[in-house]
Write a protein that binds this ligand. Structure first.
Ligand code: GDP
Length: 342
C-alpha cells in the first residue's frame, strides 16, 4: 500500500528515525532532522516528551553559542517585515538564523496570528534561515517549553542567531524575556499616545525600542515619538545589568536603520560579556526554568492522584465566589493529596 501512497511511506520512514539518528542529523545541520526533532518536542505524547527531553539533553553541550533575541510588537507594527529585512542583513553578515514564534493566542482565535506560511516568504527560502511557525494551540507554559527546547536544538544545528517572535499583547513577552539575551520592542511613530496599547511592563523589558515605519527618519512624527519613548524609558528603574535601553528608528520596508539596530545588539553583547552579565543571565534563566518545571511537573502529578479532582473543583468554586483564600486553598489541597503540608 505504501508504494502507492508516497506521503504515507515518507511519514513512516520519518517516524522510524531514531533519537540517535536525529541527533546526528541535527549536529550535521540537517534541516529535516531539525524539523522532525521540533515536531517531537511539540508533541503531547508522554513517550515523545521523554524522547525530546533526551534529545535536548544530548544537544545541550553543542548549544549556547548563539545570540538569542526576542522581538515583539502589536500586530501590524511590522514584525515579519522587520525580521525579513533583519534576517537578510544578518545572513549577509555570515550568520545563520532561526526564527521561532510564540503565539499561544491561537487556541482562542482558532488561527495563529503569527504562524501562517506566507509570512517572511523570502527569508524562508534562504538556506541560512530556518523558520518555524508557532506550535499549534497550547497553553503558554507548553508553548514556552517547546520554544526553549527549540532554541537548544536550533543552536545545536548551527544557527547562531535565534529570533523569538511574539505578538506583544499578552503574557508571552514575560516568557520570552526569560529565554532570550536581548529584547526588541517594535513601535509605530505618531501613535505615541497611550503608548499604543503596549503595556508598561512590556516596555520595561525592552533593551531596544525601535520605531518602525520611519521611512523618512527626519519626519517630525518619528522624532517626536523617539523623544516620548526616551522619556518614558527614563522613568523606569535602572536595569541590574547596567544596560541603558536604546531608542532608535528604522524602516523595515526600505531597510534603513536595520544595520544600526544590529550595532546596538552587538554593543549590548560586548558590554554584557565584558561585565559578566551575559552568562549570569543565562544561568539565572535556566534556574528559574528549573523551578517553574518542578511546579509544572508537580501539578501534573497531583492531577493524577485520587483525591485531587473533586477537591480541586470544590475549592475552585469557593475561590471564584471569593469565599476562600487561594493560598490557603492550595495548602489544604496539598494536604489532602499528599499530607504533611503545614
Ligand atoms: P506584523 O503583523 O507585526 O508582522 O506586521 P507586518 O510585517 O505584516 O506588516 C504590516 C504592514 O505594515 C504590511 O503591510 C507591511 O508592508 C507594512 N510595513 C512594515 N514595515 C514597514 C515600514 O517600515 N514602512 C512602511 N511604510 N510600511 C511597513
Amino acid at each position: 500500500m505504501d508504494s502507492i501512497n508516497p506521503n504515507l511511506s515518507l511519514r513512516k520512514k520519518r517516524q522510524v528515525k531514531s533519537i540517535a539518528e536525529l541527533e546526528q542529523g541535527i549536529l550535521a545541520g540537517d534541516r529535516a532532522s531539525l524539523s522532525q526533532a521540533l515536531t517531537l518536542a511539540e508533541s503531547r505524547l508522554t513517550t515523545h516528551r521523554a524522547q525530546a527531553e533526551k534529545l535536548v539533553q544530548n544537544c545541550l553541550p553543542k548549544s549556547g553559542q548563539s545570540l538569542r533575541i526576542g522581538i515583539t510588537g502589536v500586530p501590524g507594527v511590522g514584525k515579519s517585515t522587520f525580521i525579513e529585512a533583519f534576517g537578510e542583513y544578518l545572513i549577509k553578515e555570515g550568520k545563520k538564523l532561526a526564527v521561532l514564534a510564540i503565539d499561544p493566542s491561537s487556541s482562542k482565535t482558532r488561527g495563529s496570528i503569527l504562524g501562517d506560511k506566507t509570512r517572511m516568504e523570502q527569508l524562508s527560502q534562504n538556506q541560512n534561515a530556518f523558520i518555524r511557525p508557532s506550535p499549534s494551540a497550547g497553553s503558554l507554559g507548553g508553548v514556552a517549553r517547546k520554544t526553549r527546547e527549540a532554541i537548544i536544538l536550533c543552536e545545536a544545528a548551527g544557527y547562531n542567531i535565534i529570533l523569538v517572535e511574539t505578538v506583544g499583547v499578552g503574557q508571552s513577552e514575560t516568557a520570552v524575556k526569560n529565554m532570550v539575551d536581548f529584547f526588541v520592542l517594535l513601535m509605530l511613530p505618531g501613535a505615541g499616545d497611550e503608548l499604543q496599547g503596549i503595556k508598561r511592563g512590556i516596555m520595561e523589558m525592552a533593551d531596544l525600542l525601535l520605531i518602525n515605519k520611519a521611512d523618512d527618519p527626519k519626519d517630525p512624527k518619528v522624532r517626536l515619538a523617539m523623544g516620548e519613548y526616551k522619556r518614558a524609558l527614563h522613568l523606569f528603574p535602572p536595569n541590574q545589568n547596567e544596560w541603558i535601553p536604546v531608542v532608535d528608528s528604522c524602516s523595515a520596508l526600505n531597510g534603513a536603520g536595520v544595520a544600526k539596530a544590529w550595532e546596538h545588539i552587538l554593543q549590548f553583547e560586548r558590554q554584557q560579556k565584558l561585565k559578566g552579565y551575559f552568562l549570569e543571565n543565562r544561568s539565572e534563566q535556566a534556574v528559574s526554568w528549573f523551578d517553574q518545571q518542578i511546579g509544572d511537573h508537580l501539578f501534573e502529578y497531583l492531577k493524577g492522584l485520587p483525591h485531587f479532582e473533586s477537591n480541586y473543583q470544590q475549592y475552585l468554586t469557593e475561590i471564584r465566589a471569593q469565599n476562600l483564600d487561594p493560598g490557603l486553598a492550595a495548602r489544604k489541597l496539598l494536604n489532602v493529596c499528599l499530607g504533611g503540608i503545614k
